[in-house]
Write a protein that binds this ligand. Structure first.
Ligand code: GDP
Length: 198
């Protein structure tokens, strides 16, 4: 599935810009700087794929990537929680995300990336609330697992598990990753491949 390259298709600022619902989609969400671009790049085995999403102007868009050989679409959602974001931008983002999450029948799962050094923050929980309400399946992926000490990581994992335990749309299993060390990538790829088969 990830052997062939994924290509950047387009950035969408409006729901109307999205491609037709003709492929299974998975989306990646997370606070800015959580390591989303790094993870998408590591997952797809390229170093420049998701860089576009970090260039100014692209940050508020849903960035679409597609594999050439398989019918999978990856949607890179704009990073949230950026302190300096203007209020009208945040409102625009919230609206786009809400429309996307509630109206996309082909969206199979959202991977909610959470910083492995800190665990879920308020805005991560807000996104999970939204996903629960929209009944969109999601799974928490801890990033930068190479950074915290083993003891810190254990605490973060417990806090993350506690945060999802009663959430109806959350996958019970938390995936631990490090894009830097390549940790957890195989597990994530396997999960995604299973979604395509189901
Ligand atoms: P994004 O804003 O969520 O797309 O985050 P980026 O992928 O641009 O990463 C933000 C910062 O975290 C960069 O400085 C990355 O080098 C760093 N980073 C990303 N993934 C990892 C990781 O697995 N381990 C470590 N130690 N740093 C990471």
């Amino acid at each position: 599935l990830f052997a062939r390259p994924f290509l950047f298709v387009k950035g969408c600022v409006r729901i109307a810009d999205l491609p037709p619902m003709d492929r299974v989609e998975i989306a990646f969400a997370g606070r800015s700087n959580v390591g989303k671009s790094s993870l998408i790049n590591a997952l797809c085995g390229t170093s420049s794929l998701a860089r576009t999403s970090n260039t100014p102007g692209r940050t508020q868009e849903l960035n679409i990537f597609e594999s050439q050989s398989e019918s999978l679409r990856i949607v890179d959602m704009p990073g949230y929680g950026y302190a300096k974001a203007p209020e009208d931008k945040v409102r625009q983002w919230t609206r786009l995300i809400h429309q996307y999450l509630t109206g996309r029948a082909t969206l199979r799962r959202v991977y909610v990336l959470v910083d492995g050094r800190h665990g879920p923050k308020d805005n991560d929980l807000t996104v999970m609330n939204e996903l629960d309400k929209a009944a969109v399946s999601y799974q928490v992926v801890l990033t930068k697992a190479d950074k915290p000490s083993a003891g810190e990581l254990t605490k973060v994992i417990s806090a993350t598990q506690a945060a999802i335990t009663k959430r109806p749309a959350a996958h019970p299993q938390v995936i631990l990753t490090s894009s830097l060390k390549g940790e957890g990538l195989r597990e994530l790829r396997t999960e995604i491949a299973m979604l395509l088969e189901s």
